[in-house]
Ligand binder design. Structure first.
Ligand code: MLT
Length: 237
């Protein structure tokens, strides 16, 4: 039977990595939510890069630069990391270069997987339905915060485990723990989220609306994937 595992921080990736599994990268607050919102709203491609320097180089080459450090838009960039920034009509058909503190780094560190899928609460069921039809093992990579565990990505991992339970073997303790976290949180995701460190960080930046939006389960029906190890596009289903 296929297996699902959860890597609760990219720092643990060397323990889980193999090239036969599909990786689902999640950064609920906010990178993978923003990517999902942008792709569902008509952005053609997003190039996720690990560093600000790489993003600046792509900006100089004509790309729209997007992203944040410590939650704040990088100076000189066109977009920050709010999902609402990415849902702009003007971005339809455009290609964007994006760098974030943890999310795009986790994508970069997952390179070499059989496939990399972008997951968030916004497209939870679409991702789960897609994974259910595939034949590889699954690894959920939580972006965390600067190498540390975080609550919101683990909540998402648990939600995905719950959706796939029965079809896919839950063989790792982190996946079991994530499921328990989600089951405790699901009655009121926002109330649970208020206990997270990134909630406090974003509250200081006055972007509570972003958090509420990032918790809208199944707002979009789409599966963004990394194509050719380079750019995020929508999977044709
Ligand atoms: C990240 O990649 O660390 C986040 O998306 C940070 C943020 O909320 O902007």
């Amino acid at each position: 039977m296929r297996k699902i595992s959860v890597c609760v921080t990219p720092n643990l990736l060397p323990l889980y990595k193999n090239d036969n599994q599909i990786v689902v990268v999640v950064d609920v607050l906010r990178a993978t939510s923003s990517i999902t919102a942008g792709m569902a709203s008509g952005i053609a491609k997003i190039l996720p890069v690990a560093t600000v320097e790489e993003c600046i180089a792509l900006q100089a080459a004509g790309y729209i630069a997007a992203g944040e450090r410590d939650g704040k838009m990088v100076e000189g960039f066109t977009l920050g990391n709010s999902p609402f920034d990415y849902m702009d009509e003007k971005l339809k058909g455009q290609t964007i270069a994006m760098t974030t503190t943890n999310g795009t780094l986790a994508i970069h560190l997952s390179e070499g997987a059989k496939e990399i899928v972008i997951g968030s609460f916004l497209n939870l069921s679409s991702v789960a339905n897609y994974l259910a039809t595939q034949d590889a093992d699954i690894l959920v990579v939580c972006a965390g915060w600067k190498g540390k565990f975080n609550l919101e990505d683990t909540m998402f991992a648990g939600a995905l485990v719950e959706k796939l339970q029965g079809k896919i073997d839950v063989d790792c303790d982190a996946a079991v723990s994530a499921l328990y976290v989600y089951q405790a949180a699901q009655v009121d995701l926002m109330m649970f989220m208020e206990k997270s460190s990134h909630y406090r960080r974003l509250k200081h930046l006055d972007v509570i609306d972003d958090i509420a939006f990032c918790l809208s389960v199944d707002h979009f029906d789409c599966v963004p994937v990394v194509q050719n190890g380079k750019e995020i596009v929508l999977k044709e289903l």
